[in-house]
Design a protein around this ligand. Structure first.
Ligand code: DGI
Ligand code: FE
Ligand code: FE
Length: 204
């Protein structure tokens, strides 16, 4: 059953319905449906881990807000906001969270740094992640529409131990990138070093 959280307006100057309408405009169908599922999974993980469910709903809905924007929008934002120029060496996969958070500020008026940080970290993780960061990182990975080898194991581990889930996803993502000879964003390696050795027993 879909859970619709009523927003307090402390974190975002929109109702949930207004936010959903903005996402409907910003995203194609398959991506829009993904964010609705991530929202629901984030709410479940938030409840299990004593995290604010309103923030979980907002980050779940907003995390891929910028995913379908043209590259030039991100390049302009990186330059205008004097963001790390190394970002220009990457592409949409890295930009849509880190740079997308700036678009959430500019366009949706989201100013809550905890929410913006969870969006910034949702693709690469980070060495230091709050429980909200972890909830979004894992909800994005295990939402019910995901279907890849290992997703059931990811769901099982995450249900038992959210932190072990973070470690599992981080290892799988790095394996996937290396297998494809893809560039690895430095923060992805920092996430690996901070999480994977620490949870090696839980993820084997
Ligand atoms: O936006 P979603 O598809 O819902 O999920 P996501 O934001 O977690 O993005 C996943 C993609 O990002 C996946 O194809 C792997 C890629 N990715 C994650 N870390 C890195 C990366 N791509 C590069 N090039 N470098 C990274 O460090
Ligand atoms: Fe994403
Ligand atoms: Fe996503």
């Amino acid at each position: 059953m879909t859970e619709e959280i009523t927003y307090s307006h402390n974190y975002i100057p929109l109702t949930r319905d207004e936010l959903v309408a903005r996402l409907r405009e910003a995203l194609r169908d398959h991506r829009f449906e993904h964010v609705l599922r991530v929202e629901q999974t984030a709410i479940e993980l938030a409840k299990a881990n004593h995290v604010d469910v309103e923030k979980a709903s907002i980050v779940g809905l907003c995390h891929d807000y910028a995913k379908q924007r043209p590259d030039q929008d991100f390049i302009d934002e990186i330059k205008n906001k004097h963001m790390d120029p190394d970002l220009l060496n990457y592409g949409n996969a890295i930009w849509h969270g880190i740079v997308g958070a700036e678009l959430l500020k500019d366009e949706l008026g989201i100013m809550d740094e905890e929410i913006l940080n969870a969006v910034r970290k949702h693709t690469t993780g980070a060495a230091n992640m709050t429980l909200l960061d972890q909830v979004l990182y894992m909800a994005d990975y295990i939402e019910p529409g995901r279907d890849f080898p290992g997703v059931d194991k990811a769901r099982e581990i995450t249900t038992k131990n959210l932190q072990a889930g973070v470690a599992y996803q981080t290892k799988q993502t790095l394996l996937y990138l290396v297998e494809r000879n893809s560039p690895v964003y430095p923060r992805t390696l920092e996430t690996y070093n901070a999480w994977v050795p620490a949870y090696q027993k839980e993820i084997d």
